[in-house]
Design a protein around this ligand. Structure first.
Ligand code: NAP
Length: 315
């Protein structure tokens, strides 16, 4: 089969498709014919640095998510031809991932999908919609009464979160750090420029989804009302941890801080996401779709930040 195989730091321009054997099925693992996969910021982090870490299996086929069909269910109850979605749990890091024609994945990371959406549309869902859903509902307990601030909204996760929150009926305030990108978040009720300080620019925020991360987190905590919740999910600001964080002084009285980590998807949550998409007649949003033979162009587009939204690759 064709696959992208990495063993060292690799820029987009150096991505090639290699011929590798189709993986052999073993108990507890199922073989999937990959129909589409999305590109993720975390794969860029892997390619451009994390690949040096000891805990990364090398060589590694990257890709933390995919959609496809079961071709060999092994000892699982899944049927041949079953439409599935798969993500995380070590995919593309501790075992081979989805930048390939076939993926051998642990049964626990594979979820059935009952949807008539195209492969292209489904390909935008796994990591992005699972993370948006978990952040908004498991962490922020979002309801239609909320005013939701999405900080760093011009990313795949931001666009998906705007779509879900608007469909729920919330008021949405979305931010970008680039003035020319304000039109991209116009689906929000308010689209505002973010220079790192939101004081006086936002009002009545009851929930905040922070996709910039520790670089701005203290400021985000001051932007929500008493009783509000901040969910730290993204790291777009390039700062990954907060030294000197003083919870007593940095978290305002009566404000709550939580974080979301997408490593633990479940069938129940996947079913909830697809039921919501179906009920609200939402088509998952992608920025650009590439063929598998264009994987190099897709990754270059990711490195250069050329695509606004989820990059989906179809096979
Ligand atoms: N917690 C979790 O489990 C989890 C799961 C999935 C993703 N994430 C994180 O969520 C974030 C978004 O992921 P994604 O896959 O949706 O990303 P993505 O679509 O690849 O987004 C990348 C884009 O974000 C934009 N961006 C917006 N505000 C930015 C800022 N302040 N600084 C730098 N770039 C900014 C950049 O475009 P412009 O600069 O042109 O606006 C960049 O092109 C990432 O940090 C990712 O690691 C976390």
């Amino acid at each position: 089969m064709k696959a992208v195989v990495l063993d060292k730091i690799t820029e987009g321009k150096d991505i090639v498709l290699s011929d590798v054997p189709i993986p052999e099925v073993r108990p507890g693992w199922v073989l999937i014919k990959v129909k589409a996969f999305g590109l993720n910021h975390s794969e860029k982090l892997l390619r451009l640095g994390e690949i040096r870490a000891d805990y990364i299996q090398k060589p590694i086929i990257p890709g933390i998510e995919c959609v496809g069909e079961i071709v060999d269910p092994s000892d699982s109850e899944l049927a041949v031809g079953q439409k599935v979605i798969a993500l995380m749990g070590g995919m593309g890091r501790s075992f081979h991932g989805s930048y390939a024609e076939y993926a051998l994945l642990p049964r626990r990371s594979v979820f059935t999908v009952d949807s008539s959406l195209s492969w292209e549309a489904l390909g935008a869902v796994p990591e992005t919609y699972f993370t948006a859903w978990g952040s908004l509902f498991e962490c922020l307990h979002l309801t239609s009464d909320d005013t939701l601030l999405i900080r760093g909204a011009t990313c795949a996760l931001g666009y998906a979160s705007i779509q879900i929150a608007k469909a729920l009926g919330c008021k949405v305030i979305a931010t970008t750090h680039r003035e020319d990108k304000l039109p991209l978040i116009a689906e929000a009720d308010e689209a505002i420029m973010d220079d790192g300080r939101l004081a006086g620019k936002v009002h009545g925020v009851t929930k905040a989804l922070d996709l910039i991360g520790p670089r701005n987190l203290k400021n985000t905590l001051t932007a929500v009302e008493k009783g509000g919740i901040v969910c730290q999910t993204g790291l777009l600001g390039g700062v990954y941890a907060l030294n000197g964080f003083d919870p007593i002084k940095d978290i305002p009285n009566g404000v709550y801080l939580t974080g979301f980590f997408s490593n633990y998807p479940t069938q129940q949550v996947m079913d909830e996401i697809f039921a919501f998409l179906h009920e609200k007649k939402l088509i998952p949003v992608s920025g650009e779709v590439f063929g598998f033979d264009e994987i190099r162009e897709a990754v270059i587009a990711q490195d250069e930040g050329k695509v606004n939204g989820k990059i989906v690759v179809t096979l």
